[in-house]
Write a protein that binds this ligand. Structure first.
Ligand code: SF4
Ligand code: SF4
Length: 91
């Protein structure tokens, strides 16, 4: 299974407040921007126009990868409140 196929097996109940907050100041001068290529949901993107990492939480799969790869403590990570977030339908 490739990652894109996973989105056929998930649904979301999106909370109005983001469960992950990215500190843009902490991202300044980050040389590797590992979040932008390791997030399976592509929640992190590099904006050439704004010269900054942009983040959108809505498609988050709650895998925790971004928290692990960020070595600058720029990611404030929590699960969404109960009943919100991603739901996996694997059967
Ligand atoms: S890896 Fe961390 S510090 Fe680097 S761009 Fe991503 S969130 Fe920012
Ligand atoms: S927890 Fe996983 S899916 Fe969610 S933003 Fe981080 S890397 Fe992407």
């Amino acid at each position: 299974m490739i990652v894109d196929d996973l989105f056929d097996l998930v649904s979301y109940r999106i909370h109005p407040e983001a469960h992950i907050v990215v500190d843009a100041e902490g991202c300044k001068d980050c040389a590797h921007r590992a979040c932008t290529f390791s997030c399976p949901a592509r929640c992190y993107t590099w904006s050439e126009e704004r010269a900054r990492v942009e983040f959108a939480y809505e498609a988050c799969l709650e895998c925790g990868t971004c928290l692990l790869v960020c070595d600058r403590k720029a990611v404030d990570w929590h699960y969404p409140p109960g009943g919100y977030g991603v739901r996996f339908r694997l059967t």
